[in-house]
Design a protein. Structure first.
Length: 502
């Protein structure tokens, strides 16, 4: 942890603003107690832009303008704003504050002072955005397992590491899915994700029943697993062969390990069964993890303790890979808490154990990564994760200790329809202040049922005049704007005359 440097005083207005934004999001402590947290954000020196005077690269500036907008020194000129997010037990939604950064001069430390809800096992996530529209994420960093107690300010340092983007495309007459390790891409659904620089992202293509994976193009080639370490666009081609057979891998023993295939398709645990074109040869490779040893393959003509096995695909095949734990594996418990007015399920996708629904807590090897997916039921929507994950995509948790994640499902609000028509010999348009209505092109729109008020405005065209509204609920407004409360399906009629006649 880097020691906190002595700061110049923050303007009082700015300190209060940040405290209100972050602390208002909730706390598990009486009276919503908070504590001051001073963050020293350090851009990884290996990733800064090279400048003519590198000796000045780590000079830092800690000052604020009189209007309470902070001006920070920074190592990378494209940083335009910093977002700080805090999750943890008892915080019903992530406490978030986004702060602009201006005057990007050379420097290393970006100081941020906030007030955060006290409590155990807090995760503080920091994201740096550029000035594009919409803003793009360019750096990220986090501290997990932070215990925040009432009292003296807490000084913390977070290293920001540059992010890179991996994009997956699919082509061919066949179908299949592409997943990543570490998690984040599951294409099908999520085909673009960002990862921290220095990470190796391994992509696995698994064909759907009746299809076969034919190979990579773009950022990868061949048919094996695809590994990328920077910005990359990768295309997976799936074909429809004359016939396919299914290869299934089972992990046996009390140890842990992985089994991958070439051609791509098997990446077990995670994807332990895949279809391959009949007649080809599939090579399996086993790798023990967490101190385990690999004891060998069995089934489908495989035997012995070698780490590789070749299988002729001439029918459905099943192979068992056995791993033995050298030492007892410490376990940690992952629990899922569902909140909100809606209904949905949360399942662990790369390791069996959680199907919440019914099983909302399970033990996994300490240090392992558990991927969770939230699926809303009909009539509900998934709002997002808190207390360890954010957003609405898959949640990848590194289980260093017992942890509880929160998934919020809310009911999808009822909607009602507003319909507009025009009458009379004249011409004109009717538009709504909340969008949706632009009649005569778009004369119907849906709005959330309740107290929503939609204002309609009628505008004559050419030598026409607006002669007024006809029928309830707009007639009482004459020729002025009509305000309609959308507590039910509603309709309105606007009459236009020519040359000022009614």
């Amino acid at each position: 942890m880097r020691p906190q440097r002595k700061r110049k005083g923050l303007p009082a207005a700015w300190s209060i603003c940040l405290a209100a934004v972050v602390a208002a999001c909730g706390s598990d402590t009486p009276n919503d107690q908070t504590v001051a947290v001073n963050l020293s954000l350090v851009v990884d020196s290996r990733q800064v832009q090279h400048r003519p005077a590198p000796s000045r690269l780590f000079a830092w500036l800690d000052r604020w303008f009189p209007d309470a907008t902070p001006v920070w020194a920074q190592s990378v000129s494209e940083i335009a704003s910093i977002q700080v997010q805090i999750t943890g037990p008892g915080i019903p939604s992530p406490a978030t504050s986004t702060v602009p950064v201006s005057d990007p001069t050379s420097g290393q430390d970006i100081p941020v002072s906030i007030r955060a809800p006290i409590g155990p096992n807090r995760t503080i996530t920091v994201t740096a955005f550029n000035a594009q529209s919409p803003p793009g994420k360019i750096f990220g960093g986090a501290l997990v397992g932070v215990n925040l107690t009432a009292g003296a300010p807490v000084n913390l340092a977070i290293t920001l590491v540059r992010l890179f983007t991996v994009t997956v495309q699919k082509e061919g007459e066949g179908s299949g899915a592409v997943t990543s390790a570490p998690g984040g891409i599951d294409c099908g659904v999520t085909c673009v994700n960002q990862f921290t620089e220095g990470a190796t992202v391994v992509l696995n293509a698994a064909a759907a029943p009746g299809s076969a994976f034919a190979g990579w193009s773009g950022g990868c080639s061949g048919t094996g697993a695809c590994s990328v370490t920077g910005n990359a666009t990768v295309t997976a081609r799936f074909t429809v062969p004359v016939s396919t057979d299914r290869l299934t891998v089972t992990l046996g023993g009390n140890g842990t390990g992985t089994v991958t295939s070439n051609p791509s398709g098997i990446s077990c645990p995670g994807t332990c069964a895949a279809d391959f074109a009949t007649g080809i040869t599939v090579s399996l490779t086993a790798a023990p993890t967490n101190g385990s040893t690999f004891n060998g393959f069995s089934g489908a003509g495989c035997s012995g303790s070698g780490s590789s096995c070749s299988i002729a695909i001439n029918g459905d095949q099943a192979v068992t890979a056995t791993f033995t734990a050298v030492t007892p594996i410490p376990m940690s418990t992952l629990s899922v808490s569902r909140i909100g007015s809606g209904v949905g399920t949360v399942t662990s996708t790369n390791q069996a154990g959680i199907n919440c629904g019914s099983i909302c807590s399970a033990s996994f090897p300490t240090g392992s990564v558990v991927s969770l997916t939230a699926t809303p039921s009909t009539g509900s929507t998934f709002i997002g994760w808190s207390n360890g994950c954010t957003g609405t995509g898959s949640c990848d948790v590194t289980l260093n200790a017992d942890q509880t994640l929160v998934a919020q499902f809310d009911l999808v609000p009822d909607v009602v329809t507003l319909s507009v028509n025009t009458s009379g010999p004249g011409d004109g348009t009717v538009t709504s202040d909340q969008g949706g209505i632009s009649c005569p092109n778009a004369c119907s729109a849906s709005f959330t049922q309740g107290t929503t008020v939609v204002t309609l405005t009628a505008t004559p065209v050419g030598n026409s005049v607006f002669a007024g509204w006809r029928g309830n609920p707009c007639e009482a407004f004459g020729t002025g704007p009509c305000m309609i409360t959308m507590d039910d399906n509603r309709s309105a009629n606007a009459r236009f005359e020519r040359g000022g006649g009614r």
